[in-house]
Design a protein around this ligand. Structure first.
Ligand SMILES: Nc1ncnc2c1ncn2[C@@H]1O[C@H](COP(=O)(O)OP(=O)(O)OP(=O)(O)O)[C@@H](O)[C@H]1O
Length: 322
């Protein structure tokens, strides 16, 4: 398993006008503790970039530096061509943020919040409420809204001033599964609109569903970056397919399954097979079962996902350190 750092992009990459965020060699310490350690990050226009990783990995610190809320100790940071430390006033109107600890006064109504957060670039507050399913709540107090509605309101507020970059930090933390799905649907609408989004999350299913690319961090460092599928291919365990063999000749069937593309290991216990392999093996075993005449009732497939990829990545780091 290769957990080496991804290649550092050359300085010329900045020439692309599609680059919304460009970070090179970012460092930040609190006291003598380094919490962001030589981080490179790129966000391109129209993409949803996820930052995932362990607790205390430095994710929030990184996105707060990008927004000019904290100062870097070293490194180059450009957001929409601006240096957040020097140009915070010019940058702020171009960003839409939902921060990890966002909250509004319980008695503030939705329409009051829209008014309060409207800047000179604000546009289409009513349309946004409608799009995110909150039009009927415009007269409601914040404190009377469900967790999912509150988070969707934060999305509306983050979008109100037509930002060129939206930063979402732990958007679905503490939400129940149904509310989380509502918020995911809202973010995926942003994605299909081509909004550029930087999303910090612990929810790996969320990152997998919503992000074009993800950056995995631990202890202030980037471990790897790529599309969710690339990280799964590089670091997740194998796919596992288990089933009872269809009636026939088990020894021949076993040999056929072993020979299927992507299959790496087959264990047989009685008439039950456990097949391990690349994700492609799922398709080939499925086709073989259909060809064998009957899809077994006990067919079970465990597909490697981003969660197993992150665990594999963290495990790889530990093995390397040992
Ligand atoms: N103001 C601060 N002073 C001292 N240490 C801090 C401060 N803010 C954050 N830290 C520490 O820096 C480290 C990185 O914190 P950060 O919030 O960036 O991590 P994170 O990856 O967002 O973590 P989590 O997923 O738990 O929110 C943590 O160990 C945290 O305790």
């Amino acid at each position: 398993m290769d957990i080496t750092r991804p290649p550092r992009p050359s300085p010329d990459d900045d020439a692309s006008t599609d680059q919304v965020v460009r970070v090179r060699g970012l460092r930040k310490s609190y006291g003598d503790r380094v919490v962001v350690d030589d981080v490179d990050l790129d966000v391109h226009r129209g993409e949803v970039l996820g930052i995932i990783g362990t607790n205390g990995a430095g994710k929030t610190t990184t996105v707060e530096i990008l927004q000019g809320l904290r100062r870097a100790d070293a490194g180059e940071v450009r957001v929409l061509g601006l240096d957040p430390a020097r140009d915070a006033d010019r940058l702020r109107p171009l960003l839409g943020s939902q921060l990890q600890s966002s909250r509004l006064p319980d008695r503030m109504r939705v329409d009051e919040a829209l008014h309060l957060f409207s800047g000179p670039r604000a546009d289409g507050g009513e349309t946004l409420l409608d799009r995110f399913g909150l039009a009927h709540r415009r007269g409601s107090a914040f404190g009377s809204m469900s967790g999912g509605e509150q988070q969707r309101l934060f999305l509306v507020l983050a979008l109100l001033n037509r930002p060129r970059l939206v930063v979402l930090d732990e958007l679905t933390q503490g939400l129940d599964p149904a509310a989380r799905r509502e918020v995911w649907a809202a973010v995926s609408r942003l994605r299909s609109d081509g909004t550029t989004v930087l999303l910090v999350t612990h929810e790996l299913a969320e990152a997998e569903a919503l992000c074009d690319r993800v950056v995995a961090m631990r202890d202030g460092r980037v471990l790897d970056a790529g599309t969710p599928a690339e990280l799964v291919d590089r670091h997740a365990g194998r796919a596992e397919i288990t089933f009872t063999l269809p009636a026939g000749r088990p020894a021949e069937q076993l040999a056929e399954v072993r020979a299927l593309p992507g299959v790496q290991q087959v264990r047989r216990t009685g008439d039950r097979l456990a097949v391990e392999g690349e994700r492609a093996a799922i398709a080939h075993v499925g086709r073989w079962l259909v060809g064998a005449g009957r899809v077994p009732a006990d067919l079970r497939v465990v597909v490697p996902d981003l969660e197993s990829a992150l665990l594999g990545l963290l495990g790889g780091v530990e093995r390397t350190a040992a």
